[in-house]
Design a binder for this molecule. Structure first.
Ligand code: 6R9
Length: 656
């Protein structure tokens, strides 16, 4: 693999493996290795048999239509209701008394919601949304904290055949507005606020600000507000309604209608290599099939005894697929926690695991590393013996964090499934199956049954074992992104243009001698900060929007806790008097957070007089990245001005 894809070394720990214990293997949902062969021989038949586990109002006959690649259609002549599959179906099967959600608010308030109760609430909400004018084909924006109403809102929208666009509560008014406009949402569901780090984090005022931007006039007609924190907010007459005032006027009778398998289920925006976020479109039946299958297989879910907890926020794909749709389609009992792991102290997560007897725990490496830093003496104060499966997602988990996770949280015995997937893939694509796979710390390991993952060279040919290359997916899979909302051409250009017949994921990877896959990070201008994707272009354009900034370059520099951190290099306008170089760092950090959201706040902002550019004028971000990581600056001979990098590099070394 070439330099631009990063250096690939053989991992020294490649030999370290952990086979499943015989007891685990014997009881595992998947313990017959022939599943891989069966699925590889006829992937469509495999996925059809998985899809048949759902409840269809009209059974499908056609499995896959790939006559117009890259636009896939799965089970397209079938019809179902996604929400009824997550709710009514379980109640009808006599499981209404099973707990669906153990909710734990950050201040310590709790709610226990059974499947029967959740179904009633969603039906009521569906009636409310209907009378507010929501129907099949519409889009509803959801901007909420992690409270049960967020899940209820998503399922109510889905129940009506409309599509939701959940926007992470940490995003700014600008970001929210851009997403509302792109999806042309007519309704926004929000809350007065949520609790974060012991404080009220207001949400409704951000919605007000978003809707007031660009002179007001947006597609939004109504704003529905859940009361969570009781902070003072303004309610605009004729536009804003309190959820609790409205919902009591509707009853909990609602017959779910079946919708075509390819009916849009949701749009979720994610960063790409250019500044404009991409509206990733997912549809109904294929998505639900793959999220439920992978949730059952990868986590070895036993719905009648397990207590599952995924710490992801519903604002991200992990929250969509493995808090809402996968677990609920499988009738799981799960924990939903509103707040942050350090509130009121770093024992919070472990106390929740102890309290609810959590058996399956799914989180991100960045969180594990943060907990490692605090020290094992914290989790050791709690009884975590209920844990039997651990999951990881969002970025490669370094072997040191893997071992700590297994030893300290998993009692030295819980299998860890390292799950590779993306907003675009909708569901887990690469992961161990805990009853079958001998685990290898640091490697995501094997494609899921029925999934055709490859590591290829620049020409699209599979690389040999021991080699690195680019990660691609050859055959369409049920939960695959259907398009970029409103921009089919960008969908083609972004994912398919490079190889023609293979989906290009944007990640580098290596296959080891056993055929296991090791992910090596993004190969494009996308960063991974705390498991969240941010684009360098998006942050750069936010920076140059500041009146004092002439030019900006942003890189993701390796960071011990967050995986990568945003580091910005800016050139100030020569004539400007708004900012002194000394004041620039704080001001520009604040500016980026206000423009995009706190998640994009740079770790450092360096004011420089020049940026390293090639003779054709391209910024050499790779050199800046090396400088930001304190590394030696390699070959600079392609730079227009070779002294620039020396100056920057000397500065960085002085600061580090
Ligand atoms: C689910 C999610 C996707 C990008 C992806 C890759 C990175 C996710 C990973 C992983 C190594 C894993 N990524 N899981 N890298 N090992 N287990 O995170 O979706 O936010 O769209 O990010 O995250 O780079 O391309 P999304």
């Amino acid at each position: 693999m070439s330099d631009e894809h990063g250096t690939i070394e053989s991992h020294p720990l490649q030999g370290e493996t952990y086979p499943p214990s015989p007891e685990f293997r014997d009881r595992a949902n998947v313990n017959d290795p022939s599943v891989y062969l069966r699925a590889a021989e006829d992937p469509e038949a495999y996925w059809a048999s998985e899809a048949e586990k759902l409840q269809w109002t009209k059974p499908f006959e056609e499995i896959l239509d790939w006559s117009n690649p890259p636009f896939a259609k799965w089970f397209q002549d079938g019809e179902l209701n996604v929400s009824a599959n997550c709710l009514d179906r379980h109640v009808a099967a006599g499981l209404g008394d099973r707990v669906a959600i153990h909710f734990e608010g950050e201040p310590g308030d709790t709610r226990t919601i059974t499947y029967a109760e959740l179904t009633s609430e969603v039906k009521r909400a569906a009636n409310m949304l209907t009378s507010l004018g929501v129907s099949a084909g519409d889009r509803v924006a959801i901007y909420m904290p992690m409270i049960p109403e967020a899940v209820i809102a998503m399922l109510a929208v889905a129940r009506l055949g409309a599509a939701h666009s959940v926007v992470f509560g940490g995003f700014s008014a600008e970001s929210l507005r851009a997403r509302i406009d792109d999806a042309r949402a007519e309704l926004v569901i929000t809350a007065d606020g949520g609790y974060r780090k012991g404080r009220v984090s207001a949400l409704k005022p951000t919605v007000d600000d978003a809707l007031a931007l660009h002179g007001g006039g947006s597609s939004v007609e109504r704003v529905l507000v859940v009361k969570r924190t009781g902070n003072e907010i303004e309610m605009q007459a004729g536009r804003d309604l309190w959820w609790h005032d409205e919902i009591v006027t509707y009853d909990d009778q609602h017959q779910a209608q079946g919708f075509p398998a390819e009916n849009p289920l949701f749009i979720l925006y994610t960063s790409g290599t250019t500044g404009k976020p991409k509206g990733i479109l997912h549809t109904s039946a294929g998505y639900l099939t793959q999220v439920s299958t992978t949730h059952r297989n990868v986590f070895d879910l036993k719905p009648d005894t397990d207590v599952y907890w995924c710490t992801a926020d519903i604002g991200w794909i992990t929250g969509h697929s493995y808090v809402v749709y996968g677990p609920l389609a499988n009738g799981a009992t799960q924990v939903i926690y509103e707040g942050t792991p350090e509130t009121p102290d770093w024992g919070r997560w472990w106390s929740i695991i102890q309290k609810y007897g959590v058996t399956i725990f799914y989180t991100a490496p960045t969180a594990i590393r943060a907990c490692m830093k605090v020290g094992r003496q914290v989790p050791e104060q709690y009884d975590l013996s209920s844990i039997r499966v651990l999951g990881s997602v969002g970025e490669p988990i370094n072997p040191e964090a893997w071992r700590w996770y297994r030893e300290v949280i998993g009692a030295g015995s819980a299998p860890i499934v390292d799950t590779w997937w993306q907003t675009e893939t909708g569901a887990i694509m690469i992961s161990a199956l805990p009853g079958l796979t001998s685990l290898k710390p640091g490697s995501a390991q094997v494609p899921q049954p029925g999934i055709d993952v490859n590591v290829v060279d620049d020409a699209g040919n599979r690389v040999d074992r021991g080699q690195g290359g680019l990660l691609t997916i050859r055959r369409p899979w049920p939960s695959m992104v259907r398009t970029i909302w409103g921009d089919d051409q960008r969908f083609i250009d972004t994912y398919w243009a490079k190889f023609g017949d293979q989906y290009f994921a944007g990640d580098g990877a290596r296959v080891d001698d056993d055929g296991d896959i090791w992910l090596l990070g993004r190969v494009d201008d996308v960063m991974n900060v705390s498991g969240h994707r941010l684009s360098t272009a998006e942050i750069e354009s936010a920076l140059v929007e500041h009146h004092a900034v002439a030019e900006a370059a942003v890189v993701g520099a390796d960071d011990e806790t967050t995986g990568q951190a945003v580091v910005a290099f800016v050139i100030l306008k020569s004539q400007q008097t708004i900012l002194t170089p000394e004041a620039a760092e704080q001001e520009l950090k604040k500016h980026v957070a206000a423009q995009i959201g706190a998640i994009a706040r740079p770790r450092q902002v360096f004011v420089v007089t020049e940026l390293p550019k090639t003779r054709s004028g391209k910024i050499m971000r790779r050199l800046l990245k090396d400088a930001a990581e304190g590394k030696d600056i390699g070959d600079t001979t392609t730079l227009a001005d070779t002294s620039v990098m020396q100056t920057i590099s000397d500065r960085m070394r002085a600061e580090l």
